[in-house]
Design a protein around this ligand. Structure first.
Ligand SMILES: [Fe+2]
Length: 105
């Protein structure tokens, strides 16, 4: 069963970013389901890669928009993305996962 449910309360009022966030929720839910179902390690690794690439693409698009709009916290938010990316590198070791918070999506 999915654990993340996107709803209007998560909207940032920018459709492209909302769409990215919904895609991230879907990728994270797929990862959760793969683990919950004890899927093959190859399937879990592939799903992790999808989460990672979806997140990296989103961060890039979001940072471009924030810079374009002269968002006052641009540098701070960019640093948060970098820190999150560095701390959430997917790791699959002997079938165990390291869970990380998703506060900086
Ligand atoms: Fe975001």
């Amino acid at each position: 069963m999915p654990i993340l449910h996107w709803g209007p309360r998560f909207s940032v009022q920018v459709e492209a970013m909302d769409a990215d966030h919904r895609e991230l929720f879907a990728a994270l839910n797929d990862l959760w389901l793969a683990v919950e179902r004890s899927s093959a390690l190859a399937v879990i690794a592939e799903t992790l890669e999808r989460v990672s690439s979806t997140m990296a693409a989103h961060f890039s698009r979001e940072e471009a928009l924030l810079e374009q709009w002269n968002y006052p916290r641009y540098r701070t938010h960019m640093d948060e993305h970098r820190q999150f990316s560095a701390s959430s590198t997917p790791e699959v070791e002997m079938g165990h996962f390291r869970h990380e918070p998703i506060a900086y999506l």
